[in-house]
Design a binder for this molecule. Structure first.
Ligand code: SAH
Length: 214
């Protein structure tokens, strides 16, 4: 009973929140249809997980609104073979979406409790291509670099230099940049010796802490 209920809520999320706002990439839409977001949101009725807003995930952190997850993912232009870095594992939901679309996902979370719970959920869903570590993600994860795509899911004062350095040639970095309350979602594409910047939209994320954060 609950299963059909949440299943319907998830398909509705894609049909009513993502497609009308312009999410087009079929791989992204499929991942958003398949990954059970309610497994990453611990409390309350399962269908709440599919509402059009961010939700608390504990320790003062939030899981992003489904549209923002889809937009950020689409902006990375993944085709399946990539190695991807995520900063800010949180609930693990975004990492699971990336795991559907890339070969390997490396995710860094500063809060050990959140990381442990995220990895547990991710493993229980059968993903074997997500690698997580506790640390300051503003330093990236140099050991597994370079990355074809880097996604930062917390708001930064500026683009951390280590992340630029760990981006592969032609790679894409998507990051909210601004002040503590409101940011611009920025995409950076690493070209021949230069970084091309594009503003995608306004957004609101929890602050990115750390050496190259707040
Ligand atoms: N992507 C997550 C949501 C992220 S919320 C999801 O899908 O649920 C932002 C997360 O970034 C929080 O969990 C916070 O603890 C983490 N964070 C903030 N600063 C960080 C840093 N410097 N390194 C790693 N994680 C950080």
């Amino acid at each position: 009973m609950l299963d059909t209920h949440v299943e319907n809520a998830r398909q509705k999320m894609v049909d009513e929140q993502l497609i009308p706002r312009g999410i087009r990439d079929p791989l992204v839409l499929k991942a958003m249809r398949d990954v059970p977001r309610h497994c990453f949101v611990k409390s309350g009725d399962g269908s709440m997980a599919y509402s059009d807003r961010p939700l608390p995930i504990g320790n003062g952190q939030t899981i992003s609104q489904p549209y923002i997850v889809a937009l950020m993912t689409e902006s990375l232009g993944l085709t399946g073979g990539e190695r991807v870095l995520e900063i800010g594992t949180g609930s693990g939901y975004q990492a699971a979406i990336l795991a559907e679309l890339a070969a390997d996902v490396y995710t860094v979370e500063k809060d050990p409790t959140l990381l442990e719970s995220a990895l547990e959920t991710i493993r229980s869903l059968g993903y074997t291509n997500v690698h997580g570590t506790v640390g300051d993600g503003t330093a990236g994860w140099p050991e597994a670099s370079p990355y074809a795509a880097i996604l930062v899911t917390a708001g930064a004062p500026d683009i951390p230099e280590p992340l630029k350095a760990q981006l592969a040639p032609g790679g894409r970095l998507v990051i909210p940049v601004g002040d503590r309350n409101i940011q611009e979602l920025v995409r950076i594409i690493k070209g021949d010796g230069e970084l091309r910047h594009e503003n995608l939209c306004g957004c609101r994320f929890v602050p990115l802490r750390g050496a190259h954060g707040w």
